[in-house]
Write a protein that binds this ligand. Sequence first.
Ligand SMILES: Nc1ncnc2c1ncn2[C@@H]1O[C@H](COP(=O)(O)OP(=O)(O)OP(=O)(O)O)[C@@H](O)[C@H]1O
Ligand SMILES: Nc1nc2c(ncn2[C@@H]2O[C@H](COP(=O)(O)O)[C@@H](O)[C@H]2O)c(=O)[nH]1
Length: 217
Amino acid sequence: MAPTEYNSPHISRRGLMLVLSSPSGAGKTTIAHGLLARDSVITNSISVTTRPARPGETDGIDYFFIDQERFDRMAETGDLLEHARVFGNCYGTPRGAVENALAAGRDVLFAIDWQGAQQLAQNARDDLVSVFVLPPSASELERRLRDRGQDSAEVIANRMAKASNEISHWAEYDYVVVNQDVEESVTAVESILRAERLRRRRQAGLPQFVQSIQATL
Ligand SMILES: Nc1ncnc2c1ncn2[C@@H]1O[C@H](COP(=O)(O)OP(=O)(O)OP(=O)(O)O)[C@@H](O)[C@H]1O
Ligand SMILES: Nc1nc2c(ncn2[C@@H]2O[C@H](COP(=O)(O)O)[C@@H](O)[C@H]2O)c(=O)[nH]1
């Protein structure tokens, strides 16, 4: 169990799962990195993918890059908490790392698509906090994908063509953040995380804490 940080270190709570989804290029990975740099209790879920690594990406840090055979085996044996086919490749969340982190009292951060968010919600709605990240405009979304400089024109066109469908899921999320300015977006998500940690139902140690105060009154 993690401490509540903002209440008393004596009040334990369950870890939570914070999901960021968005159309490709809106900035969820950037926001995730910003949050991880600011908050030491949350840990990143590193997905497996059959997509080839981009220049600059590192196996085991950005993703675990695996082949289709291994992915299919992980999916079949239940080693993936959720998985989905996105833009022609397979992506999934390794179950063990998430369960170990939650058991150790850490919160876990996911940058995954709407299909994955739906699967997590089916299995652990109470422990899930979901945030949909919108771009300020369609033209800015395309500019970000182009300026990232990591995908071919064909891949970018495919992702732009699917952006409207991705965005159509925005209302399934608990929160929506328009990512205009990175620092402001990180602060918005950090505020969500802080408030969600204080939800009464997550603070398992609250009844004992209240009792201990009442006992001395
Ligand atoms: N608020 C912002 N203003 C300007 N540029 C941004 C902003 N947020 C992110 N970017 C830039 O936009 C590009 C896409 O961001 P990022 O890779 O975080 O998107 P993503 O939603 O994780 O995409 P994908 O789903 O493809 O992984 C990056 O080059 C990033 O530096
Ligand atoms: N359902 C899942 N979706 C995932 C996961 N990891 C990433 N993603 C989604 O894939 C797209 C494309 O990612 P990219 O790195 O190729 O740009 C991204 O927008 C995410 O939404 C996952 O584990 N499960």
